[in-house]
Every structure is written in structure tokens, then in C-alpha cells.
Write a protein that binds this ligand. Structure first.
Ligand code: SF4
Ligand code: SF4
Length: 393
């Protein structure tokens, strides 16, 4: 199936789209302080999850996690998180627009926005509609629109500019070791700085604009899919034609008149229906096998985000095995581009790629960058099935 532009995204909506409750977001759960008022409120609602919540709190406080990561490396990540926190402050993501509007033809404005975003360092940039269904139903701790937990006020925006950066391949191939967390931290800083700069630029043109980084009422992946950046995959994230799953997106929403890109069909759905390589490699069984299910009004492959997150806590890295081992996530060489084109067009090619990929895959042995320390072998053993730290969910 060659790449096609569509009038509407390929995912199937069943009934009403439901906004995601922020309580369902694992990062929000992870921040709950045991037995605090918020903790009690949350676990009265979900008593079956409290044991897991206590395990997470214990993992965080006892430093059982981050196995074998020396403090001099861990502190690099702490420094990156500090900068991410600064870029997520309300005064950076949002603000007053200039009183006078500079009117630009929407087509030319879109070209300017895309060119400037690439100039700032983005690998991909697309423009699509801003669907308020892709926001959390309630505000989070960092958001300017009211106190945490209040009903989300909708943004007066019609457009989403979605920006993505691709992984450094050498670092991604260190998955699931700590080097991949360092890689992701760097991507978040670069992305955050791009969306904050872009939103500031648009506000200076006289339009309302909000950057969506770690301080975001919006969900980046569905915005990216609606804007035509890629398709939703079995591993719960987006696959792009250019970089496979090896990208991170963030966004800017705005009321500045812009021209939308079209959603795309690159054959991911057909491929994922035949392939379960990411599920084979997931150490927590977090990736769904078999057919899609309806989640908040969308038919898709559900991801057990809590199980995935627990692995992050145990390992101290953000794993990313499902990204590194996906057949779409290969270097952009001429032969690979040909394979991608064949995968998009032919069911037989998809079957052959899955077979060849499964046969050729081995645990990647790439060394971590020379300025980082290698984690000891005991760490790898600790994360194999059967070890007490490994829990199949
Ligand atoms: S590994 Fe296979 S099933 Fe998983 S996201 Fe990639 S193509 Fe889809
Ligand atoms: S990041 Fe790791 S634990 Fe999470 S879904 Fe992917 S493979 Fe599973």
C-alpha cells in the first residue's frame, strides 16, 4: 500500500471520544506521596492499584531502581530534568500576544512556521487541527489554567503544529540501558526549547499560542497523527515513514490561520496486525497481542502503561526496546528505504520483513557512549523473566 493522504485519520472512532483523566497518566500517579490526601483520594477510587502504587514509592525511595548506574552519570539526567522543568514553567509555555497582528497568507505562514521550526532543529514538522478531545479532562500540577485537578478549560485554538526529533541511533541501540534515558532527556530539552521558541514567535506576531512540552494539557501522539506525521502502532506510539517509532513529538497550539497537512496511511496498521515483535521484546508484557480494543472511544492496541512505567522504575532507564527492535526503526539507508516502500505496498513484503527481522534480531551489544559507564552484567540478569525484580503484569 503506497503512502496515501487521507481526509481523516485512519484510526476508527467507536461512539464518543472520551478525554483521558489525568489520574490515568502514570507520571501523575508516580508523583503521589504515600498516604497524602491526593494518594488516599486516588486509591479509594482505584483500590486494586494501591499495592502497585506502594511498590513504586518503595522503588523510588529505596533506590533499588537505577541498578548499577553510577551517581556521576545519574546526575547528568538530574541536570537535564532541571532544564526541562524550567522550560515547562507557565511563563515560558504561554503568555500575552502582541497587541497588533501581523497578517500573513495562511499558506505562506505555514511555510514560514515549518521552515523556522526545522531551522530550530526539528526533524519533522506538520500542521493539523487541534481536537480538544486530545486534552486531559482535568488540569495537572504545572498548568496555568487553574489548580491541579480542576476541569480543563479548553484552549481557544484551532491548529496544532507538531514538532518531532529523531533518536540518536547509537544511543537508541543501547536500549534498555541508561544511555537511552540520557538520549531521551536530551531530545526533551531540544524539543522543549523549539516549541517554547515557536510559541513565543507566534505570540509576537499577535496570535495566541501555547507550547506543549512537559507542561501540557494536550496529548502529543494523537495530535501528531491527526497532522499526518505517522500512524498509531501496536507499541502504543506513532510510527513515521522517515524514522519509524524512533521519534518524540511535542506541539504548539494556536489560533494563527494556517494550512493543515493531511493524515497519512503508510501501511502501519496492516504491518502491526501481522507483527508482534515489540510484544516479544517487551520485558513486562505491556504490549497487547492480538486484535485491537476500544479505549476511550478509539479502536487501538491498548498499552499497559503502568507495567511499562514499572520497568522504568526498576531499570532506571526508559527501556525503549519496543522502539529499538521495531522493523520500521532502521537507519535511513538506501536499501532500508526500499524495504519501507515495499512494506507500505505489499502484504508479502511485510510477511518477509517480519520473518527476516525475527530471525536476524539478537540482543544488541552496542557499547554505551565512551563518556558514560557501562552498567554491570548483573543488571541485565536482574531484568530477565524469573528474577524477583521482574514482574509479568
Ligand atoms: S514491532 Fe511490529 S507490531 Fe510492534 S510497533 Fe513495530 S511493526 Fe508494529
Ligand atoms: S518501553 Fe519497554 S517496557 Fe515499555 S512497552 Fe516498550 S518494551 Fe515494554
Amino acid at each position: 500500500m503506497p503512502k496515501r493522504e487521507l481526509d481523516k485519520p485512519k484510526y476508527e472512532i467507536v461512539g464518543e471520544l472520551e478525554q483521558m483523566d489525568r489520574d490515568e497518566m502514570v507520571m501523575a500517579r508516580r508523583r503521589l506521596v504515600p498516604d497524602s490526601e491526593q494518594w488516599q483520594r486516588y486509591y479509594q477510587k482505584y483500590p486494586e492499584l494501591e499495592e502497585q502504587g506502594r511498590r513504586w514509592a518503595e522503588l523510588q525511595s529505596s533506590r533499588q531502581s537505577r541498578l548499577g548506574i553510577p551517581p556521576e552519570d545519574e546526575l547528568m539526567e538530574t541536570a537535564m530534568r532541571y532544564i526541562q522543568g524550567i522550560l515547562a514553567k507557565n511563563e515560558h509555555v504561554d503568555g500575552e500576544s502582541a497587541p497588533e497582528k501581523i497578517v500573513i497568507d495562511p499558506k505562506r505562514a505555514s511555510e514560514k512556521i515549518k521552515g523556522f521550526t526545522r531551522h530550530l532543529g526539528a526533524d519533522l514538522v506538520k500542521i493539523g487541527p487541534f481536537n480538544p478531545a486530545w486534552t486531559y479532562s482535568r488540569t495537572g500540577p504545572r498548568e496555568s489554567s487553574g489548580r491541579a485537578g480542576e476541569t480543563q478549560t479548553s484552549l481557544p485554538h484551532q491548529h496544532a503544529i507538531v514538532v518531532a526529533i529523531a533518536y540518536n541511533r547509537d544511543e537508541l541501540e543501547c536500549a534498555p540501558r541508561f544511555a537511552v534515558a540520557q538520549a531521551t532527556g536530551t531530545m526533551y530539552i531540544r524539543l522543549s526549547s523549539i516549541v517554547v521558541t515557536l510559541a513565543k514567535y507566534i505570540r509576537s506576531l499577535g496570535y495566541s499560542a501555547r507550547a506543549h512540552n512537559h507542561n501540557s494539557p494536550a496529548l502529543h501522539v494523537p495530535l501528531a497523527i491527526d497532522a499526518g506525521m505517522g500512524e498509531l502502532a501496536r507499541n502504543g506510539i506513532m510510527i513515521t515513514e522517515e524514522y519509524g517509532s524512533a521519534v518524540k513529538p511535542m506541539a504548539v497550539t494556536t489560533d494563527m490561520p494556517l494550512v493543515h497537512d493531511k493524515p497519512v496511511d503508510i501501511g502501519v496498521e496492516e504491518f502491526c496486525s501481522q507483527c508482534e515483535i515489540c510484544a516479544d521484546y517487551c520485558p513486562m508484557g505491556a504490549i497487547h497481542r492480538g486484535d485491537k480494543k476500544v479505549v476511550r472511544g478509539v479502536r487501538k492496541w491498548p498499552l499497559n502503561a503502568a507495567a511499562c512505567h514499572e520497568y522504568f522504575l526498576i531499570s532506571g532507564s526508559n527501556c525503549s526496546l519496543c522502539i529499538a527492535y521495531c522493523p520500521w526503526t532502521r537507519p535511513r539507508t538506501f536499501p532500508h528505504n526500499l524495504i519501507i516502500k515495499a512494506m507500505e505496498r505489499s502484504s508479502l513484503a511485510r510477511k518477509m520483513v517480519i520473518k527476516a527481522h525475527t530471525m536476524l534480531l539478537r540482543e544488541k551489544k552496542r557499547k554505551v557512549p565512551s563518556w558514560q559507564e557501562e552498567q554491570p552484567e548483573v543488571w541485565r540478569q536482574a531484568l530477565r523473566p524469573g528474577h524477583p525484580l521482574y514482574r509479568q503484569q
